[in-house]
Design a protein around this ligand. Sequence first.
Ligand code: ZN
Ligand code: ZN
Length: 182
Amino acid sequence: MPRLDLVPIFLPGRQEMLDCLSETLKLQLGFEVRQHRPDFDARTSFDTNRGQYNSTTLLRMLLEDLPAETDYVLGVCGVDLFIPVLTYVFGEAQLSGPAAVISIHRLDPLVYGLPADDTLLCSRLVKEAIHELGHCLGLVHCHEPACVMRASTYVEDIDLKPTGFCHECTRLNEADTCRISP
Ligand SMILES: [Zn+2]
Ligand SMILES: [Zn+2]
């Protein structure tokens, strides 16, 4: 069973949500999931001009921090992420590599001036986690509306897609060691 490490980064007060994510990823991806604190100083990924955190820098730090027995690592951030060519990203992953990072910042209804809704936030978090881990498993963006690998520009796009992979993405992943529920 592949091992996935969840690493909370600037994520205070969200242990319950992290535990919920762990359980869902165990069930849906068949991974063994563990959590550990980062051994690096994530503050160095902060860009003072943009007031955001560089997701590529965080990916590199997660990789450098990767325990030998870990197959995949997912950083779960409470802060806003960017890559230089985009205003923001919900997450970033290595294609067919071990590391991915996601942010809950723009998944939170509070950021859009809406009432807090932890059920909705958790549902979005699970979809983004599975999407980025899909990239780690070698999957690229999918045009199928009923597929978690569909690209999301806005948070509403995330709400429209399911947590699962479509038939084709499931088939493409079948050669891999991990089991995916369609
Ligand atoms: Zn993607
Ligand atoms: Zn698909």
